[in-house]
Design a binder for this molecule. Sequence first.
Ligand code: ADP
Length: 505
Amino acid sequence: MKKKLLSSLTLAAMLFLAACGNGATSESTSSSESSQSSSSEEVVTGASEQQYTDPAEMKDSYDIIIIGSGGAGMSAAIQAKDAGLNPVIFEKMPVAGGNTIKSSAGMNASQTKFQEKEGITDSNDLFYEETLKGGKGTNDPELLRYLVDNSSSAIDWLDSMGITLDNLTTTGGMSQKRTHRPTDGSAVGEYLVAGLLRNLYDRKVPLFVNSDVVKITEKDGKVTGVELVLNGKDKKTISAKAVVIATGGYGANMDMVKEYQPQLDGFVTTNQSGSTGDGIKMAQELGAATTEIEAIQIHPTVEQKTSMLITEAVRGEGAILVSQAGTRFFNEMETRDKVSQAIIGLPEKYAYLIFDASLKDRVKAIAFYEKQGVVESGETLEALAEKIGVPADALKTSLENWNGSVESGTDSEFGRTTAMENPLATAPYYAIKIAPGIHHTMGGVKINTNTQVLKEDGSVINGLYAAGEVTGGIHGQNRIGGNAVADIIIFGRQAGTQSAAYAKE
Ligand code: ADP
């Protein structure tokens, strides 16, 4: 049955039809519903084919225009609506969600109620310090401070909207369990996007897809709206009191990637095809400054045939990396830049993630990877070694040594200190072949903590706000896993609040 294939994301998208005035009466889904729940299927029954706001309903004017429907754009829209304004989202792709929907590890936050429940001692200061260290000390201190100090309330805000991230794990470079993910341990992106869409629907916020914003207009030093191309042909000029740029990064724009990092030519990208840096260019046309624009993150664990990112939660739950020689070669829980460089430094320039059946149970995404045909398995380590062509003895020794390190709590070989709670000892055993791929663009438009877009001289562009991957400064030269979702939610909210305050003036 077709409806059985629908994910919660599709469901939430379909529910837009009701929000957008075409008369359907579907109720919004319950907050606790998971992707596979049968109640999702029931709610979908009777929904029309149309998923997003009908283009015929596009108005000439809104209070606030939000460009891009990833986590930053949707958070901004919800917050602006709750402040009593009329926002709209324009999305250039045929579907909402951007790169956000592909995000896997979770959302980093400190001093949260969910950490407290698990007895995890964490602090905003530690979160700040570890992020700064991961970013090689180049993060904008004020933006980073804002991020950590508002992380716990952002988790509460999501929870209040039925988006509950109460399952905790760790990512590379973090010493505490502060990566918040859905209750069942599944990848955060699809759950988050479905939940945000559901909340936009509840608030009747219009979201137009196939709406490619090509210019942000300005008059007398103030932003006045946008020009967009609908369905690849109809040019429209829409006015607004404020504009929020939430267009994501430029990781799918190979010309920009090559311009800033020529050595990345030929790398696969994990980015969705809409991540083309449009927001950076449109902001620059209005005189916006950029910061660390050349900072591109390559993610260490990307399956190369599919360009599919293998979530950091696999390592966060205890997997190890081995080379074609069957031996470990680095601390798997180091920051992404360092792990990537270690893999590129191997003669074969790829590696294998190795894990066992009990880890597979803890990381739901692995079942999905299996369906995509990228997971090799063996009832014994010998069988697995044969499948991936590594020497069985070496692989067995690596696992024995590793399990010894887990037991003693000390990794004398590579100094790993986190994700050592569980040995890799339950058959069957698994391997995923990975190598680094272009993942996240850390640099972008310069903003202040009010998300106002800044010019080179530090002055603001009146009425122009930006949030999410399109901005720079928060992550410095290297982003920590789980910090992108924190960024888009925390600064997306702020962009909604601040643009609403400006629009009310
Ligand atoms: P973030 O994580 O910062 O929210 P995402 O990549 O998740 O960023 O979402 C950004 C969204 O913006 C994507 O869905 C992308 O297709 C959309 N987008 C990019 N450029 C434009 C544009 N010119 N007009 C409308 N939408 C755009």
